[in-house]
Unconditional design. Structure first.
Length: 456
């Protein structure tokens, strides 16, 4: 029998309770799925132009509330205000982009003997999106926007610590005119609401972003029903700096490549690989760059890095850094809040836990390499393969190394990984499937083949 419970939402910068939210039970999930199935049938039957028009209206309403959503994200997630505004804007942009795909979601005509063969792309039905706490708004939209555009209904379960922006987005969807039951948000514990969503026979697909450990559990549960999954999991991304690169530019860009969102980013470049002949110069530049990072009140426009999400996460990050570890360190506030300073560990064994495991905090390691082959070996010496950067002036090298590094999203002379218009996803233990980009809608469809005989 389902039992009522509540979720406390803390401000990570102050540890104050800012909201108490009712947690969804298995019965709540069951009722939500029933509502979603009804709404989805009408939504799928609507003219594509009408679906596109409503999604664009949803985007416009989000645009009117970007600042409100950003301020809410600052409070519940501790994100810097600049990042939070980008996140709200990303939701808007992805809704717009997905709306543009509704009328282009077409099948094919395939030449065959004796008739005409066509394919139809049909919606799956009800999609369960389980979003993480590190980027609550954009990652929720990565699954929700294309799923809706493809004609599905969506039930979104936000992380326990960050339900507020998701709830507000659901309200804005209704304000924009989306049908009741089409996009529902169910805050709740993963073991209760999340598990019920994964195991529900009325849910056709699960989109999950989170740890590799939990992703494997979800995949196993979905296998029992041959339920589709998209998984965006962990990362331990390399930042490869060759001696022929612009060392000054590479060093200047390195801090925020792993400190953005306080390091709570699967794409964080937490393994800094530097060619030995440039190592000393790079480290001379990196030290001051780390010290200059402004860590503090996330609502302050000047702040570059805020707190970690929780006490649990703070303790996890601390476990990777010994008090006497050789490191470059920045500053962090004292007092209330889940603060950890920017930290670059030096002199580590390449197989040390901090060098191979996902810390998910403002901690990176720096390792020297000898040549191109050695750089590729180190870059691939991890179970993950989500992202990474390559710094070099040699175009041929950039292409060779890009092909050799086993990761889904690479940047050359840049740390930019994510755009709503390009595909995103990982190799190896970093996930399964792709999100975003021009093909995002097709991941939420079935392909039906129809042969029409023309023989007399």
């Amino acid at each position: 029998m389902s039992t009522a419970y509540e979720l406390q939402v803390l401000n990570p910068a102050t540890e104050d309770v800012i909201a108490v939210v009712a947690g969804a039970t298995a019965a709540d999930v069951d009722a939500a799925v029933a509502r979603a199935r009804v709404a989805q049938r009408d939504w799928a039957a609507a003219a594509p132009a009408d679906r596109a028009r409503l999604l664009r209206r949803f985007a416009a309403v989000v645009d009117q509330h970007v600042e409100e959503l950003a301020q809410l994200e600052v409070q519940e997630a501790g994100h810097t205000i600049g990042n939070a505004r980008w996140e709200a804007g990303n939701v808007r942009d992805l809704l717009d982009f997905s709306a543009g795909g509704v009328e282009r979601l077409s099948g094919r005509q395939i030449p065959v003997a004796g008739g005409l063969d066509i394919t139809l792309l049909e919606p799956l039905g009800v999609i369960g999106v389980i979003a993480p706490w590190n980027f609550p708004m954009p990652i929720a939209a990565w699954g929700t926007a294309p799923a809706l555009a493809a004609g599905n209904a969506v039930i979104l379960k936000p992380a326990e610590t960050t339900p507020l922006t998701a709830l507000r987005l659901a309200g804005l969807a209704l304000e924009a005119g989306l049908p009741e039951g089409l996009f529902q948000v169910l805050p709740g514990a993963g073991a209760i609401a999340g598990n019920a969503l994964v195991e529900h026979p009325g849910v056709a697909k699960i989109v999950f972003t989170g740890s590799t450990r939990v992703g494997k559990q979800i995949m196993a549960k979905c296998a029992d029903r041959v339920k589709r999954v998209t998984l965006e999991l962990g990362g331990k991304s390399p930042n490869i700096v060759f001696a022929d690169a612009d060392i000054e530019a590479a060093a200047a860009a390195t801090p925020m490549s792993f400190l953005d969102n306080s390091g709570q980013d699967c794409c964080a470049r937490t393994r800094i690989l530097v060619q030995r002949t440039a190592y000393d110069r790079f480290m001379e530049l990196l030290g001051p760059a780390i010290e200059e990072i402004v860590v503090g009140d996330p609502a302050d426009e000047k702040t570059q890095m805020g707190p970690l999400i929780s006490r649990v996460q703070l303790d996890r990050v601390r476990s990777y850094v010994a008090d006497d570890a050789a490191a470059l360190r920045g500053g962090a506030p004292d007092g209330p809040g889940f603060w950890f300073p920017p930290t670059v560990l030096t002199g580590l064994d390449p197989e040390a836990p901090a060098a191979v495991e996902e810390v998910f905090g403002p901690v990176a390691v720096v390792l020297p390499f000898e040549d191109e082959a050695d750089a590729i070996r180190l870059a691939n010496a991890t179970e993950y393969g989500l992202s990474g950067s390559i710094w070099t002036r040699d175009v041929g090298r950039a292409l060779r190394v890009s092909r050799a590094v086993a990761a889904g999203n690479l940047s050359v002379n840049s740390h930019s990984s994510v755009r709503h218009s390009t595909p995103f996803g990982g190799y190896k233990q970093s996930g399964l499937g792709r999100e975003l980009g021009p093909d995002a809608l097709t991941a939420f469809t079935e392909t039906k083949n129809v042969f029409i005989s023309t023989e007399a």
